[in-house]
Design a protein around this ligand. Structure first.
Ligand SMILES: [Zn+2]
Length: 483
């Protein structure tokens, strides 16, 4: 339960524009809130004191694009391009998940996140093989104690003999997910307030692969459910098929601050202006974008256009839920790009460490509509923060705490994680789970998924997968149903 904690004598990298970085700083946490920040705080009553000497306190990381269910598929996609991903993940493995698998994927994906200092995640959950999958995925997030938005995905994993898909739902109504999303919103998220730990969001069918009318309907439907975030994949580099969705949505006056668009590397300048003017947010996922031909991450360019830019992990079938890794990759890839574009050597570094740290924290909070709730060490905000110990061989000594977080630290340096004022990682160990027991269940779940996947009719599924990446639309039966 949230209590009263006093972190003494830390270096606070607040990512608060006014407070900046404060040496020898105390942070008081009370009733889930950052109550005070400053040197030598005097505190009334009992508080659990944590010595912050030789430590950095920073805001928890905000991951704005994750398909959390894929935890069991760790390392499967590491040599994939996007077409491999479309076949194997979106037509085979996704069809092999039972509700229990969805639960384990979300629980363990969230636990991994907490271990790595990610205190908030956008779960773009396109594993809705049945209503039970939705309930299980939500329970996985809740049981981990992470802060998150569960974005109900309308994507339809294909059914094939030996898969885990129960065809009876589609047989009754191919649009059953729309009604089920409403059920979930009402039953599981009755308030959906900004301070609720897990909120309801919405993830339409692949927006560039379905008809525009359908996309419009689905966005309006998500808004009718008052989804906290509506998210989708847009403008995917070499896979962009020229839909110009942002332009079309602008024409219909449908852009808004609830929209969070992932990838977006191929957005034109006019579209970035529309994104900025309407308060739409963007999420870059450096590992998958750079690997899979999805274009150079848009994040820095988006910032230059005044847009809200943030960072996502995307898939742990490809890379760990490690924001340090994504910050580093994003920053150095951008520095390389700008070095290459300049005639002769640059006189000073193109982008600074602080900019990418801000994207991974405050930028993420802005992207999900929580800029007044999380994202910085600011009195009055919810206490989602990390204590990173600078005791390792890699972090002794530290002259620049921001550079230390962006280019040196890793999860093993994170001693303590607070979410909503509760200690969820303490002295380097997760507090909320019996990890060896959970790990054993996760391995069993992964094994069963692999066994089902081995039975997939790959040649038949290949055609459908090609339609996903070439944009020839998904199954007509799914697309053309009345909405
Ligand atoms: Zn994605």
């Amino acid at each position: 339960m949230p209590g009263k904690y006093l972190i003494r004598n830390a270096t606070a990298v607040t990512v608060d524009g006014k407070l900046g970085t404060i040496p020898n700083c105390d942070i008081l946490i009370e009733d889930g809130i950052i109550a005070a920040v400053g040197p030598s705080l005097s505190v009334q009553g009992d508080a659990t004191v944590i010595d912050g000497t030789d430590s950095i306190v920073s805001p928890g990381f905000v991951d704005t694009h994750r398909h959390t269910w894929q935890t069991q598929l760790r390392t499967v996609t590491t040599d994939y391009v996007l077409s491999d991903y479309a076949l194997n993940i979106r037509t085979i493995y996704g069809s092999c998940y039972t509700p229990h698998d969805a639960y384990m994927g979300n629980l363990c994906g969230a636990l991994e996140s907490i271990d790595n200092g990610i205190t908030y995640l956008v779960d773009h959950s396109h594993i809705m093989n049945s209503p039970e999958h939705a309930d299980a995925a939500i329970k996985g997030l809740r049981d981990s104690k992470i802060r998150a938005v569960f974005c109900y995905g309308l994507y339809d994993n294909p059914s094939w003999e030996g898969s885990a898909i129960d065809e009876s739902f589609n047989a009754k109504d191919s649009d059953w997910r729309l009604a089920d999303a409403k059920r979930v919103r009402e039953a599981q998220f009755p308030s959906n307030k900004p301070t609720d730990l897990v909120r309801f969001g919405f993830a339409p069918t692949e927006m560039e692969l379905t008809t525009f009318d359908r996309t419009v309907h689905e966005i309006e439907y998500g808004r009718s459910l008052e989804a906290a975030v509506i998210t989708g994949h847009v403008g995917i580099g070499k896979y962009d098929i020229g839909q110009h969705l942002v332009q079309k949505l602008e024409g219909k006056k449908l852009l808004g601050s609830d929209l969070l668009l992932s990838h977006c590397a191929s957005l034109q300048d006019s579209e970035l202006r529309a994104v900025r003017n309407s308060g739409v947010s963007l999420s870059s996922t450096p590992d998958t974008e750079l690997q899979m031909g999805m274009g150079h991450p848009i994040a820095f360019k988006a910032c230059q256009h005044g847009c809200i830019a943030s960072i996502g992990i995307d898939i742990t079938s490809n890379n760990p839920a490690d924001m340090f890794q994504q910050m580093r990759l994003l920053l150095q890839a951008q520095r390389h790009k700008e070095n290459e574009a300049h005639v002769g050597p640059l006189p000073s570094v193109a982008q600074k460490c602080y900019q990418v740290l801000r994207m991974a924290t405050m930028g993420g909070a802005e992207a999900v509509g929580l800029k007044n709730v999380i994202g910085s060490i600011t009195p009055g905000k919810r206490a989602d923060l990390l204590i990173t110990r600078c005791d390792s061989t890699r972090l002794t000594p530290v002259h620049d705490p921001v550079g230390a977080l962006v280019l040196y630290a890793n999860a093993s340096d994170i001693d303590t994680v607070f979410i909503d004022g509760e200690v969820v990682k303490n002295k380097g160990v997760l507090t909320g789970s019996d990890w060896p027991a959970v790990r054993s269940d996760l391995r069993d779940s992964a094994r069963a998924i692999m066994e089902r996947a081995a039975r997939a009719p790959r040649a038949e599924l290949q055609q459908r997968a090609e339609r996903i990446v070439k944009g020839n639309q998904l199954d007509p039966g799914v697309i053309q149903t009345k909405v």
